[in-house]
Design a protein around this ligand. Sequence first.
Ligand code: SF4
Length: 485
Amino acid sequence: MSNLTERVRTYEVRTFGCQMNVHDSERLAGLLEAEGMVRQVGDEPADVIVLNTCAVRENADNKLYGNLGQLRALKLENPDLQIAVGGCLAQKDQGIIIKRAPWVDAVFGTHNLAALPVLLERARIEREAQIEIAESLEAFPSTLPSKRDSAYSAWVSVSVGCNNTCTFCIVPALRGKEKDRRPGDILNEVRMLVDQGVIEITLLGQNVNAYGVEFGDREAFSKLLRACGDIEGLERVRFTSPHPKEFSDDVIAAMAETHNVMHQLHMPLQSGSDRILAAMKRSYRQERYLGIIERVRKAMPDAAITTDIIVGFPGETEEDFEGTLEVVRQARFAAAFTFQYSKRPGTPAAEMPDQIPADVVTERFDRLVALANGITWDENKKLVGQRVEVLIADGEGKKDETTLRLSGRSKDYRLVHVARPEGLDVRPGDMLSATVTYAAPYHLLADTDVTLRRTRAGDAWENSQAAPQPSLLQIGSLGVRSPQS
Ligand code: SF4
């Protein structure tokens, strides 16, 4: 803890990659605030800048070393600036980061977030870069202090790591085997969050529905969802990412029968070709995937299903790709997050023969995006005339020629811009219900019959505004995506 004579130090955490990293970044912010630091407000550079990195795609390296290049100039201006690098790329590159960027002060990994403050202090005293990487989990990040980004919505991790071995994925090598939190610890955290005004939680795991494998309870995840149904004041429960291999009927039943579990499901497909799914070691085939979609829709006809798809996996033929298009036609996703295959050094797929030429990958990618976006828009159009309840997000909202709108997410996680009701004070965390009047490819407009429901979350947001306001965490240019699954 700095002595009273020193100015309160400020920090900034830059997050790249998936929601698991966003969750961890809230812990890194919590650790620094526990040291008496405050978030940087405004354009002035912070005293401590932490990069929480991602390693999923090829350009992840470029992003890290590009950022470090920019920070070098700041460090030359202010030698007291401290720079720390954590996350998956730190876990992978370790000492290479200090070699390539000797102006970095601290490097820590995915298993030892709590080391950050100690490494920074040691680097400050010894004026020497510090690096500490643990090969296995030291403490669940959820046990660390947290500085949440939102007053009304929270990430709750149920497990870390993954037992699968998808051949394109580097996550198991960097986040280790799956470790499950105890159900009681998770539910206590959820109750504590609800007491703080949170009304929406997202249960997080690399492979969230495998939850319980470590303590031998195959139905642990559906039990967890049902237990969330008994928590007073918790309005919206979401989870990400499930894996089709372990997605079981007890989870579908728990989603359909628990009042506050949202009918929204992100189910990565990756490929619609059985041959490519085998090469990816995804342990399910097209028939099983479509079977899950069918059972989900039977139990919850209003369910919004989204997915991740990789185009151009090594060896993918036109016939394989047609398999992917066929699943997209049948599954009618509310949104599809599509990726061009990116060779990831250290993954089995990177060594596979028949790497697909970039122009072929791009041509297929464009066809897939056109098909998926057309379906997404058609599915949105079906909602015109329906009433939606929207959890209003932080931010100013959008104004077109005639209407000022506030933005937020509906129960099925669609982005909705709602006409701001005249004369009513609407706060982030409050709920606006309205009738959908227009459907765009990626959002809905809801301009009529607008009613306001003020919530405890809105109160929590208002109270949080009363406290001194730091700036929001910097979200890397990639935007946030679901943990790889
Ligand atoms: S893609 Fe997902 S399920 Fe597969 S190894 Fe990576 S984290 Fe695990």
